[in-house]
Design a protein around this ligand. Sequence first.
Ligand SMILES: [Zn+2]
Length: 175
Amino acid sequence: MSRESWASSPATRNVMLGNRSTNTAPEMRLRRELHRMGLRYRVNARPLAEFNRRADIVFRPARVAVFVHGCFWHACPDHFGIPKTNVDYWSKKMNINASRDADTEARLREAGWEPIIVWEHDNPALAARSIARVVSRRRDLQSLMYRSGSFTDSIVGALDFGLASRRRHECRRHS
Ligand SMILES: [Zn+2]
């Protein structure tokens, strides 16, 4: 099967199902990995009450929103090819999807959230591990913010440095 046919084939199926689907196979695989790691999250939830976009997996206290992107609908750079029929329709459609994705990410960042994109082709175990790292870093950050009552870049920098040196410390202790 060629790369192009692999990326184009979900098209017909997804047209029938509608653009936005939940509980897709890649999403379930990722959720299983996260659950196995002891992480708890909301599924298909709105990170921001006033913003009508849902994320596939939401870690509310850490303010991390995970989007599992299908290679077709989000035009994965490795697997997407414009279908050979209705080229105009698909180009327009894909541009709309891309600007919607960019807008969602920008809005979340503005509100102090961290959007994470996981591609359908990504290894779910590796993706879960990097999500867990971000979530735990952000949890520490939230508690620091809570104590200090403010949020500045210097706090972020200090925290990152603190975590890094703690990790180095642990490594020395174990070796
Ligand atoms: Zn892909």
